[in-house]
Write a protein that binds this ligand. Structure first.
Ligand code: NPW
Ligand code: ADP
Ligand code: K
Length: 544
């Protein structure tokens, strides 16, 4: 797991280090600039070589040495009015020391720079010019190898929209540079304009935020990754995130309201001992005739992930349809809440999932209420959530600590319309309300674990524990957005809860493995393929 920080958390860590006398702000800025330069050459080692006449790197030359026919590498550095800009001046100086030709542009007034950034501005000005940020950047960048975006980092408080043409040019460069046709774009801490807490571009309403926003080929962050690099548009805009150590240490701070982590591979959850009943018995309720696939997908997920026994409970109308297609999974006829209550007298059925394909109507509501009063491990998804659109309070009252609800964006909006409105209102001030904030509030209100789906799946418990399961960067798996994949996820969660994992552990482990299954299969995936990847994924992760 990797801890993700908000801007306030990062500032608290920095302030505590400076206050303790261990380090000065200026030293931290120097290390940050060094970290960026180091990361650039690690990412693109060819940039460490000078350009021979006619351009094109010469692989065997010392980077410090320029022959008479060599042209220097070129960079444009865009600095902003805060310490992010200060980092930019350090980067400009360090590149110049390596023989680069560097042009620096400043957004803001030099007299207003904060003290450490001012020192680095003055150092640069001793020998070189700083031009105000303007469209000249576009000409200057035409011939450059690198563009450094150091306009705003964690301190963005307002929209940054008044240089749309420059921003969209950087965006075009990052796309074209993948074909070697333009300067590569590296962002310092955050692509400018995107909020470091929420990943939202401030001030963009309803349009594509990337039309005129800075997008980077990669982003260099300091000490720890920031939440906004893994949420919403930020996770797309960063390109890739490299975290550089600048000698800070974590410390508890009253300003830090509970950590958020990105999920890593689970290390536990093995099925080492016991007979099938010691691995639990999961029950999944099927919809009626013609609506049974979703429950079977979930059931297959539950069985593959290791529940000892899995039963599909089906209404009479769908018994034949289910019976034709189930083998290792058992089938029981359940018509209505009374029969469900009777079946649940078997205490060995320790986990129940309902919602996928269940349909909407009074009976769904009664089934949900019937299961919830049993206080057994419960996963509610899809129709079991939508059913409560008109009266979410009734659901929240019945939910208990042994439940997980798994809304996608639409279902989240139905249950938590006010939180959805806050999340989707155009963000105009930073730090903006984030998917982490919304999911945490939702979990508190619902009184159970909420798994809010998406490429940035956020999982929160009522006590504030929170994690992000990111399907971005090296875990990007857009083909997971396929019909029925959410049903399989619900099945993974209920299977793990049947095996005794806590709701939070089950939701986190299932979400992680779900993306691993998609990565293992690759493009062309359909939901049926997901449970079949579990054996390979578990073997690879060394989970028995
Ligand atoms: N923390 C650490 O440990 C370390 C941090 N480091 C670096 O510092 C960065 C954070 O620096 P920072 O706090 O100065 O914030 P930054 O992003 O430069 O901007 C703030 C300034 O911009 C202004 N402003 C905001 N929005 C605006 C807008 N739209 N248009 C115009 N102005 C706007 C805002 O004005 P205000 O809101 O106060 O009026 C303020 O003046 C961080 O990302 C990292 O790169 C490293 O050096 C090493 C260790
Ligand atoms: N772009 C994406 N990259 C990775 N995973 C995604 C992406 N979009 C959606 N997902 C995941 O796909 C699943 C879709 O679930 P859901 O919306 O409930 O679909 P369905 O109802 O068809 O099963 C969720 O687990 C979600 O996190
Ligand atoms: K930046």
């Amino acid at each position: 797991m990797t801890e993700l920080l908000t801007a306030a958390q990062m500032q608290a860590i920095e302030q505590a280090a400076i206050a303790s006398g261990e380090v000065t702000g200026l030293e931290l800025m120097e290390r940050a600039g060094q970290g960026v330069v180091e990361a650039i050459f690690e990412e693109w080692p060819e940039l460490a070589q000078p350009v021979e006449s006619g351009r094109g790197a010469s692989p065997s030359r010392s980077p410090e040495y320029l022959g008479k026919d060599d042209a220097p590498r070129r960079a444009v550095v865009l600095c902003g009015p805060g310490n992010n800009g200060g980092d930019g001046f350090v980067v400009a100086r360090l590149l110049k020391e390596r023989g680069w030709a560097v042009e620096v542009f400043l957004y803001g007034e030099p007299e207003k720079l904060p003290p450490d950034a001012k020192v680095n501005y003055e150092r640069w000005r001793e020998s070189d010019a700083v031009r105000p940020l303007c469209e000249e950047v576009i000409d200057a960048g035409e011939d450059a190898d690198l563009a450094v975006d150091a306009v705003f980092g964690t301190g963005l408080t307002r929209p940054f929209l008044d240089h749309g043409e420059v921003q969209s040019e950087l965006n075009l460069w990052q796309a074209a540079s993948r074909r070697g046709a333009a300067p590569r774009v590296v962002a310092v801490d955050m692509p400018s304009g995107a909020c470091a807490d929420s990943g939202l571009y401030l001030g963009y309403a309803g349009e594509n935020p990337f039309d005129s926003a800075v997008m980077a080929n990669f982003t260099v962050s300091f000490h720890r990754a920031k939440l906004g690099q893994f949420l919403s548009d930020g996770a797309v805009a960063c390109g890739k995130v490299v975290v550089k150590d600048i000698g800070l240490v974590d410390r508890d701070s009253p300003a830090v309201p509970g950590e958020v982590v990105t999920l890593a591979a689970p290390s536990a959850g093995g099925k080492a001992f016991g007979h099938k009943y010691s691995h639990g018995h999961a029950l999944l309720l099927s919809g009626g005739h013609g609506r049974t696939g979703a429950a079977r997908l979930a059931a297959r997920g539950a069985l593959r992930i290791g529940a000892g026994l899995v039963t599909v409970g089906s209404p009479r109308s769908a018994m034949m349809e289910n019976a034709y297609q189930l083998t290792a999974i058992m089938l029981r006829q359940i018509d209505g809440p009374n029969e469900l209550d009777q079946l649940l007298e078997d205490r060995r059925i320790n986990a129940v999932c309902l919602g996928p394909g269940l349909g909407l109507g009074a009976e769904t509501q009664m089934l949900v209420m019937s299961v919830l009063k049993q206080e057994r491990g419960t996963v509610l998804d899809a129709d079991a959530l939508t059913q409560f659109e008109q009266n979410p309070g009734v659901l929240f009252e019945a939910l208990h600590g042994n439940c997980v609800i798994t809304p996608h964006g639409g279902e989240f909006a139905r249950l938590f319309p006010d939180l959805d409105e806050k999340l989707n209102a155009p963000a105009t001030t930073g730090p903006a309300y984030s998917k982490v904030d919304a999911t945490r509030e939702a979990a508190k209100r619902a009184g159970c674990v909420v798994l809010f789906k998406g490429p940035d799946t956020v999982i929160a418990a009522p006590n504030g524990c929170c994690s992000v399961n990111s399907a971005h960067y090296q875990r990007s798996a857009p083909w997971l957005a396929t019909a029925g994949s959410g049903d399989v996820l619900a099945g993974f969660i209920i299977g793990l809860m049947a095996r005794g994992l806590s709701p939070m552990q089950a939701a986190e482990t299932a979400a992680y493995l779900h993306v691993e299954c998609a990565l293992n299969f690759g493009p062309g995936l359909i939901a049926e393929d997901l449970p079949e990847q579990i054996p390979t994924v578990l073997r690879r992760l060394d989970i028995p």
